[in-house]
Design a protein around this ligand. Structure first.
Ligand SMILES: Nc1nc2c(c(=O)[nH]1)N[C@H]1C(S)=C(S)[C@@H](COP(=O)(O)O)O[C@H]1N2
Ligand SMILES: [Mo]
Length: 364
């Protein structure tokens, strides 16, 4: 199947009974999720962190790599890795999640990377605050957007491009955004953006530009593909939609018991079962996590673990008195702006989809 779309078109929508295609499988085999048992770690070991690469992982030589900061500034910069590392370093624990997480469970299914629930991971990111570099370059007062360009290149829906995303200048100048060169205390691995990537705490994955090579300040709004076409919540093909920005609340459960190889259905022993997992939201602080053991008919509160850092996931736990039978377990987070939906919040590209997880379990 060749799927050449015109620039500006949304992703193709699969027909209701259309199985996942080889094109989707090829993407899924390259871009892996975090196995949900890895929700146990406060910091996701890098090999278990989810991965999303639109094109190819570029081969970037750290010795010749340069980062330029230019555009609507007074004093453009060109930094090598030693110069970047010479600025005071800041570390932050941040949960990243792909905006397409949950897409494969939508009906009908937008055809793209077919995530179930697992496009998430948490790491300690270390680097230079972006605001330090922008101020050093003399960013102008009337800056509108700041554009970040990666070293990777490809075509997408007929548009040839470097991977490129913009942030509003006010967001780019907040103290939170990092130009990061370490993940969990080690240099960034190739797949996560070596030698340098952007970390925008609280925003969905598309903002976290990997293999960062240039930062350009604009005096006018940015209109590139990844902001104007790709990452939009659109109700229909001719809806210009709303931009995808901050992470909506989500809670995930560590699958209890042990799995069946083929279906991954869980098998649990009757009795008192400790359920636990992680919850996060980038748009507002969490207020509660609830758990259902009857397919969403009723919800009981879980106990929430401490807040470690604002943009890091929080642990939760709840006890279930399990009796023999078949169940669908579910968990639901709420933040100050409201709870996760239990029905699909459908949109053309399956973006920012935070429908509650469902975990089929047999108790015996
Ligand atoms: N240069 C570049 N940056 C990128 C991407 C990309 O394809 N190229 N993918 C983005 C998307 S869609 C996501 S979800 C995150 C994934 O980050 P990770 O692979 O480190 O988990 O990187 C973002 N940054
Ligand atoms: Mo993503």
């Amino acid at each position: 199947m060749t799927d050449v779309l015109r620039p500006g078109e949304a992703a193709r929508i699969a027909s209701e009974d259309e199985a996942v295609s080889l094109d989707e499988l090829r993407l899924a085999a390259r871009n892996h999720g975090m196995p949900l048992e890895a929700l146990r770690y406060d910091l996701t070991p890098p090999g278990l962190h989810y991965l999303l690469v639109h094109y190819d992982i570029p081969f970037v030589d750290p010795a010749t790599w340069r980062l330029t900061v230019d555009g609507h500034v007074g004093a453009p910069l060109a930094l090598d890795l030693t110069a970047l590392r010479a600025y005071p370093a800041v570390s932050q624990v941040v949960t990243l999640e792909c905006a397409g997480n949950g897409r494969a469970r939508l009906l009908p299914r937008p055809v793209s990377q077919p995530w179930l629930d697992e496009a998430v991971g948490t790491a300690r990111w270390t680097g230079t605050p972006l605001s330090t570099l922008l101020r050093e370059a003399g960013v102008r007062e009337d800056a509108v957007d700041v554009v970040f360009t990666g070293a990777d290149h490809g075509t997408e829906r007929g548009v040839e491009q470097d991977y490129q995303r913009a942030l509003p200048a006010a967001e780019a100048l907040s103290d939170e955004v990092l130009v990061a060169y370490e993940m969990n205390g080690a240099p960034l691995p190739p797949q996560h953006g070596a030698p340098v990537r952007l970390i925008v705490p609280g925003w969905y994955g598309m903002a976290q530009v990997k293999w960062l090579r240039s930062i350009t300040v604009l005096a006018e709004p940015y209109t590139g593909f990844q902001n104007e076409v790709a990452y939009r919540v659109r109700a229909s093909a001719d809806d210009p939609g709303e931009p995808v920005t901050r992470i909506r609340p989500r809670s995930l459960m560590i699958p209890p018991g042990f799995p069946d190889f083929m279906t991954r259905r869980r098998i649990v022993s009757a009795g008192s079962v400790e359920l636990s997992g992680r919850a996060w939201s980038g748009r507002a602080p969490l207020t509660e996590v609830t758990v259902s053991t009857d397919g969403g008919a009723s919800w009981a509160p879980a106990s929430l673990g401490p807040v470690a850092e604002r943009y890091a996931w929080r642990s939760w736990s709840a006890t279930w008195q399990a009796e023999p039978g078949d169940y669908v377990l579910s968990t639901r987070a709420a933040d100050e702006d409201g709870p996760q939906p239990v029905d699909q919040p459908w949109n053309m590209q399956g973006m920012a989809n935070n429908m509650t997880q469902q975990v089929p379990v047999t108790v015996r």
